[in-house]
Write a protein that binds this ligand. Structure first.
Ligand SMILES: Nc1ncnc2c1ncn2[C@@H]1O[C@H](COP(=O)(O)OP(=O)(O)OP(=O)(O)O)[C@@H](O)[C@H]1O
Ligand SMILES: [Mg+2]
Length: 510
């Protein structure tokens, strides 16, 4: 018997215009966590999809549990004992949690009918394991992104697999959900299951992995015991050079002019944001910190006209404005880059070019209202270059780009629109370290050009490294502001939990 549960050897895979995998080998020991790392577009997800039967490799061999395998589709992979948590969530939103978990695999009862009672009961047990206290009969579309991700995890562990692939499983989990996942991973290890873990979050990688493999541009770079690795060494292996600093030098200047003022913004829902007031200045980068659930996204969506207000006023450049829908926000030169690119952000079957230009099309209406294609492609090419989006062409469907590159296209869309106020919700989620630096540079340059930026981020280093001023929210209320010099991790955390009475996030009366 081999000491490995899985051996992938000399795997190659070419897509039109891209050599996604070029002679990649990867081995997994049972009962261990093997992290797979690499920049956006390095080929991590493609390698896993070749294993899981979603893509068919052009060459190479796969040994699973000592046998050579060629899974035709994911059902075969699952039946053989491989399961996968996908990077891009693919829930069926009009089905219940239980139906999603058992999709294609329904337990049958008498007369070969689907045994709903058993399905719901089993699902309940799985949900308990991942820490989701929700009725299994709830429709998926009522769940938040983080809850949907937990459902994906429940589904993956339901298959009794020998190998579990986790492709960015924590990208939208709250910190307590992450802890749940880590304890599940521990239990899987104890059952001698092998786990392949893909993430851009260094702290997670260093905490849970036994081995670390790195890929770069479709090629295998190397494998090391995690205990020998540091963030610096991993980054160096990923980007092929040393990154001296994680943040660009700040060159923007915050001016006196107030470009945006919120007064007392309050949601009709008592559980959402209330009495939110703040000013945003020209050239300023305002970071919004807080724990998941602090209502930061909800507040920004209200500002952008996606949610109704119970009360409150919005002033743009000193003029009161009514923003009842996103079109009104865009007319006021406000842009929002959403946190959840799959449901709000991207149009999967449109090309990179269409995705990047969709918000700015009105600018290119020429004579007779026809679109000026040439101008569009110029602007799109410019922003695609500026963000170094890795794509064979701007005509490629955005769905086939790597996750991080999809995020860059969304950003390109808003740069093409030339907004004065740019709201970024978790702008670097799922983005590798090198590309993060580029995005920080773009944020900085935009502010230096006199644009104002609001950035929601759950990454502490990013909040402190990029913002001129930090605003913190807790349980729907603004709990304080910190200037760049005062903003420390402790200060932010203190404000982020200011109105909490217990771990569950109960509330005190103000
Ligand atoms: N279905 C597809 N059609 C065409 N090209 C594809 C397809 N899937 C992936 N690619 C290309 O293969 C390359 C590797 O992509 P992959 O998704 O494997 O990257 P990744 O390492 O998972 O990146 P990320 O960290 O951004 O998720 C990219 O250049 C991507 O555009
Ligand atoms: Mg990927």
């Amino acid at each position: 018997m081999s000491e490995y549960i899985l051996e992938m050897k000399h795997i190659t895979k070419t897509f039109p215009g891209v050599k996604a995998l070029d002679d990649v080998s990867f081995k997994l020991r049972p009962g261990t966590v093997h992290a797979l790392m690499g920049e956006n577009g390095a080929g991590k997800s493609t390698l896993m999809k070749c294993l899981f039967g979603i893509y068919h490799r052009d060459g190479g061999t796969i040994l699973f549990d000592g046998q050579e395998v060629n899974f035709k589709d994911s059902k075969e992979a699952i039946d053989a004992g491989v399961s996968m948590i996908h990077q891009e969530l693919q829930p069926i939103r009009m089905m219940t949690i239980a139906e999603n978990v058992f999709l294609g695999n329904y337990p049958l009862g008498r007369f070969n009918l689907v045994d709903h009672a058993k399905m719901n009961q089993d699902t309940k047990a799985l949900l308990d394991e991942v820490g989701l206290q929700i009725d299994p009969k709830t429709l998926l579309h009522h769940l938040t992104v983080s809850q949907m991700q937990s459902v994906e995890i429940a589904k993956a562990i339901s298959h009794k697999a020998k190998v579990v692939i986790m492709d960015e499983p924590t990208s939208s989990l709250t910190s307590s959900e992450v802890e749940k996942l880590f304890s599940i991973i521990q239990q899987l290890k104890e059952k001698n299951i092998g786990i392949i873990y893909i993430s851009h979050k260094m702290d997670e990688i260093l905490r849970i992995s036994d081995d670390i493999s790195v890929m770069r541009d479709g090629q295998y770079v190397g494998t090391w015991p995690a205990a020998e690795m540091t963030t610096g060494k991993i980054i160096q292996a990923m980007v092929g050079r040393e990154l001296t600093s994680l943040f660009p030098e700040k060159t923007n200047k915050v001016e006196e002019e107030v470009v945006l003022r919120l007064e007392n913004l309050t949601s009709p829902s008592p559980l959402s944001f209330k009495n939110a007031s703040f000013d945003l200045k020209k050239g300023e980068i305002l970071g919004i910190g807080g724990l998941v659930g602090a209502q930061r996204t909800e507040l920004m969506e209200a500002l952008y006209g996606m949610r109704v207000l119970k009360e409150g006023k919005i002033f743009v450049k000193g003029q009161e404005v009514k923003i009842k829908n996103p079109a009104a926000a865009i007319a006021n030169k406000i842009a929002l880059v959403t946190e959840d690119r799959r449901f709000n952000g991207i149009f999967g079957v449109l090309s990179v070019s269409d995705n990047a230009s969709i918000a700015s099309l009105h600018q290119y209406l020429g004579h007779l209202g026809l679109l000026n294609e040439k101008q569009i492609s110029q602007v799109v090419n410019q922003s695609v270059d500026r963000l170094r989006v890795k794509t064979p062409s701007t005509k490629t469907h955005i769905e086939s780009l790597s996750g991080g590159n999809q995020q860059k296209v969304i950003l390109a869309r808003w740069l093409a629109n030339d907004p004065d106020i740019l709201i970024l919700d978790e702008p670097t989620r799922g983005i590798d370290v090198g590309a993060k630096y580029e995005i920080y540079q773009i944020i900085n340059n935009l502010a230096a050009e006199g644009k104002s930026i609001i950035m929601i981020t759950s990454e502490m280093s990013e909040l402190l490294g990029v913002s001129d001023r930090v605003m913190v929210m807790c349980e729907g209320r603004i709990s304080g502001f910190l200037d760049r010099e005062e903003a420390t991790q402790e200060a932010v955390m203190t404000l982020a939990t200011k109105f909490m009475t217990n771990q569950q996030g109960g509330e005190t009366d103000a």
